[in-house]
Design a protein around this ligand. Structure first.
Ligand code: ATP
Ligand code: MG
Length: 328
């Protein structure tokens, strides 16, 4: 049987080149090999406050961006999490099979709750909903950036725990983490990952950024006080990040990128990185404008929902019977 791959992009902000390199690009590479489930986790986004109208708009934009990036709208199943109620149903059952201790160790929870006076419960239980997203479709692989590795590991633990208590039910999923580009860094604070919900828009390159903004952000990216272009994530995270972006978008290795910039100054490096980003994103933005004008987004979402819902219902029904919910 063809193996299943599943991944999602939250509509919590404008997509960044981190999302493109760490997630979307991987889907484009893998979609021929696997049966692919791509969903928009809008329920995850409300773990932090959202403007309702913006959230509705972004759900469609994410799908448009997937398609503009080259993800096939016909061979993949593309759907919205909240349109499949079994995600929430399974999440509750899994919550009752998870521990406070394991959730407290999640670094995303620590990072997103840091400094907040009031911390929503959803932010804490987020990884369980994510486990439900994956286990519901018995996905074999979850392509993701390094930031979600811990959550996929939790999903594996929950699946194994459930299987050993009730018998083989869930597939234990494996994360697929790219060797290069699993953590595109924040342009201003290169020790952190780039995030679409970052506070300062200068930290991230958004897929819809105009050329001028892209160039400005890259030219003011934080580097270091050395003058040598060399890949060293620990001591030179800013320069290494620029090399990574260049290598991923030019489809070359980090070593090749290092050789290409062997005698370059930081200013030259930044200019060339900006050139490849501009080239890539301008083409993408043209396709995106076309996609958003057509009716393809809603058609794709309707087809995706109708295809995946029976799969979700079957898994949830199996689970509820196993745990003893409802009538036999
Ligand atoms: P948010 O700030 O709202 O959490 P995000 O940018 O982290 O947004 P997510 O929707 O949480 O994006 O993640 C979508 C996918 O993109 C995941 O597979 C995640 O691993 C990947 N991803 C996110 N940020 C990066 C990054 N900086 N580098 C590589 N991959 C990333
Ligand atoms: Mg995130």
């Amino acid at each position: 049987m063809t193996k299943r791959l599943l991944t999602g992009l939250q509509p919590s902000g404008e997509l960044t080149i981190g999302n493109y390199i760490g997630s979307i690009k991987q889907v484009v590479n893998y979609e021929k090999e696997y049966e692919t489930f791509l969903f928009v986790p809008d329920m995850h986004s409300i773990t932090v406050p959202q403007d309702p109208e913006t959230l509705h708009r972004r759900v469609r934009e994410i799908v448009g961006m997937y398609i503009a990036c080259g993800v096939s709208p016909t061979t993949n199943h593309i759907y919205i999490q909240s349109e499949i109620p079994e995600h929430a149903n399974l999440s509750w059952v899994l919550e009752c099979h998870s521990y406070m201790g394991e959730l407290s160790r999640m670094t995303q929870f620590k990072a997103k709750s840091d400094g907040k006076k009031e911390i929503g419960c959803g932010l804490f239980t987020y990884p369980i909903l994510m486990a439900a997203d994956i286990l519901l479709y018995k996905a074999d692989f979850v392509p993701t950036g390094i930031d979600q590795k811990q959550h996929v590991e939790l999903a594996r633990n929950i699946a194994q725990r459930f299987n050993s208590r009730y018998g083989e039910t869930f597939v234990v999923p494996e994360p697929l983490i790219p060797k290069v580009g699993a953590k595109i860094r924040d342009l201003l604070y290169p020790e952190k990952k780039m995030s679409k919900s970052a506070e300062n828009p200068k930290s991230s390159i958004f897929l819809t950024d105009p050329e001028k903004a892209i160039r400005k952000k890259i030219m003011s990216a934080v580097t270091d006080s050395e003058t040598i272009v060399r890949f060293d994530e620990e001591n030179k995270p800013g320069v290494s990040n620029l090399l990574t972006i260049y290598a991923c978008l030019s489809e070359i290795t980090i070593e090749e990128a290092e050789r290409h910039f062997a005698d370059a100054r930081y200013g030259d490096l930044k200019k060339e990185v900006a050139d490849v980003v501009v080239e890539k994103l301008t083409a993408l933005q043209d396709r995106y404008a076309e996609v958003m004008k057509s009716g393809i987004v809603d058609e794709t979402l309707d087809r995706g929902r109708d295809y995946v819902r029976p799969i979700a219902q079957e898994t949830y029904d199996q689970v509820r019977r196993l745990v003893g919910l409802g009538r036999v």
